[in-house]
Design a protein around this ligand. Sequence first.
Ligand SMILES: Cc1ncc(COP(=O)(O)O)c(C=O)c1O
Length: 422
Amino acid sequence: MFNKEGKDNSTYNVDNFEFIKKTSPIVGGLIEKEYNRQKNNVELIASENYCSEAVLAACGSCLSWKYAEGYPYVREMGNKGRYYGGTEFVDELEEYCVQQWKKVFNTDYHVNVQPHSGSQANFAGYKAILEPGDTILSLSLDNGGHLTHGSPVNFSGKLYDMHFYDVDERGFIDMEDVRKKAHELHPKLIMTGASAYSRIIDFKAFSEIAKEVDAYFMVDMAHIAGLIAAGVHPSPFGYADIITTTTHKTLRGPRGGLIFAKPELAKKVDSAVFPYAQGGPLEHIIAGKAVAAEEAQKPEFKEYQKKVVENCAALADEFLKLGYKIVTGGTDNHVFLLDLKGYAFSGKELQARCDENGITLNKNAVPGDPRSPMQTSGVRIGTAPMTTRGFGPEDFREVARRIDVIIKELIKEKEEEAKEEK
Ligand SMILES: Cc1ncc(COP(=O)(O)O)c(C=O)c1O
């Protein structure tokens, strides 16, 4: 694990590039370069984090070699539902993983720990309750939703009849618009969750609207799952029919997905994951998910999540003090969008300039963005990874001041370019 000064305090040899180089100098060399980039840069990508060495070790273990298509739990026919022999230990592991995630979210929802990613969790979640052509009401990509929430270039936009609720002029999800469109469209599913939304999502209000129009209600909590587990964001459990998440963002686990479902949807969800969407589960990643779930039950994890939110508030506050605009005017969670509409440079240009200065963030569309999604008029900034590395509010304020210097340089350059063109 890297500390905030960029030193590696690992006890486990997570970055065994010298060993890999003996077989492949190219691959080992590239991993080494990436290791140094990660160690030396300030990481502000809101969807990333650093998992523990124990999680990483579990993911790199012999479980990587084991096939175990099917499920470990006893099924209706009375067998274990696996299609391979030799699964006694991975059966136990997978069951253990399921039980740990129930504890993390204090829930009796059914849990499927097999999705290889957040996108596959959403794919299977939809499949469990929808037919192709069914109507979904969701938050669009340009207002903060994810690709899998109905983008026309994604399976969701191609398979389903997608409609979107709006954000208001400040950038908050417009619950009146959700209700109005739900009553007009009578969707089979109302979906919420986001990749770039900085405010509390009112799951109770969404579930009430879903009940009014007899729709399923699904939540993709990928970004805020760690905050929910720690009680620093309201929980969708008890309100949503299906809840999906990734495990690698604020949850600080390995890359992967999870699906939680009301017990009556358990069988449909399971068969939507396997055999519909996936083959063999990645038991090594499931081991990493189980370790992460245990870590997420520790008091330190709650403290960490509180710090993520406090740090994000400090970072946003510093940008506001420096005179910048933030979508919704601030943040309640781990992320916010710097609104660069009206500036002569794009989000893409700022992202590239930050890269050159050792700060990693990503361009992101902002509501009402006049630029294309490849250019954008915003950048997305998150505090989860650097909080893991020990950054506090003052460190984040300093980051805002560094980005301010970069922006001022860009403004100056653009002004000079404009003068030369005259
Ligand atoms: C809200 C949300 N859902 C799903 C995903 C997809 O996760 P994955 O990249 O694991 O497919 C993301 C990824 O960033 C996300 O932000």
